[in-house]
Write a protein that binds this ligand. Structure first.
Ligand code: PGA
Length: 241
């Protein structure tokens, strides 16, 4: 399976910027990067503008409602994302967990909505600095993986290990940290038939190759460094062709 590189724009980019990014990313990658599958997860308002007419990258939602449809002002459903051309949806990013109070039961409903719409969830897990300091990383990962208990084991799944202390801080995990978390997750998810484990947290073109190879992951979820098309393409080129 090819490696997966996901650009999480978070709450950035106006429509003109999204269009310009798409055109720049297209010229950067030409006919595509061998061995790499790319996903761009833009804000909902730029889903159309970030799309590639040649489908060299897929589009993903950054979030999805736990509800299917109805009177939920401000929410975006999984069916709406699919209708807008999304193939993926990020579920349980640490910013959603900590800033918006998303917990395990809510995230398991979001995963179920993704499956109804045939969206592949990019399910985010990772410990905080305090949890890490107390040696709780594997305990936290195991608890967060519990949320996947009802998720169909043969459906494609992406799990992103994103230690909270590495997100947006400029301090990435070491390849050894990433490797031990990835091994832990593979062990916890051994019954899954189609799974990719990503790393996320301060990935940049300078640390990508080492994190990918020594970290034993199948790609990256990239925040800040994904806002520049050239930089994102450079990260996606880090893998072996
Ligand atoms: P970062 O964010 O690359 O800016 O650290 C990663 C993420 O939040 O997905």
């Amino acid at each position: 399976m090819s490696n997966l590189f996901v650009a999480n724009w978070k709450m950035n980019m106006m429509r003109d910027e999204a269009r310009a990014y798409a055109s720049e990313l297209g010229s950067e990658i030409g006919d595509g990067i061998p061995g790499a599958e790319l996903v761009v997860a833009p804000p909902f308002t730029t889903l159309d503008h970030a799309r590639d007419s040649r489908e060299r990258w897929a589009i993903g939602g950054q979030n999805v409602s736990e509800h299917a449809a109805g009177a939920f002002t401000g929410e975006i459903s999984s069916m709406m994302l699919a209708d807008a051309g999304c193939r993926y949806a990020i579920v349980g990013h640490s910013e959603r967990r900590t800033l918006f109070g998303e917990d395990g039961p809510m995230l398991s409903r979001k995963l179920a909505r993704c499956r109804e719409a045939r969206l592949v969830p990019i399910y985010c897990v990772g410990e905080s600095a305090a949890e890490r300091a107390r040696g709780l990383t594997t305990v936290v990962l195991a608890a967060q993986v519990e949320t996947l208990a009802d998720d169909p084991p043969n459906d494609p799944l992406v799990v992103a290990y994103e230690p909270v202390w590495a997100i947006g801080t400029g301090v990435a995990a070491t390849p050894a940290d990433a490797a031990s978390a990835a091994a832990c997750l593979r062990g916890l998810l051994v019954t899954r038939s189609d799974i990719r484990i990503l790393y996320g947290g301060s990935v940049n073109p300078g640390n990508a190759a080492e994190l990918l190879v020594q970290g034993g992951v199948d790609g990256f979820l990239v925040g800040g460094a994904s806002l520049n098309a050239k930089t994102f393409a450079a990260i996606a080129r880090a893998g072996p062709a």
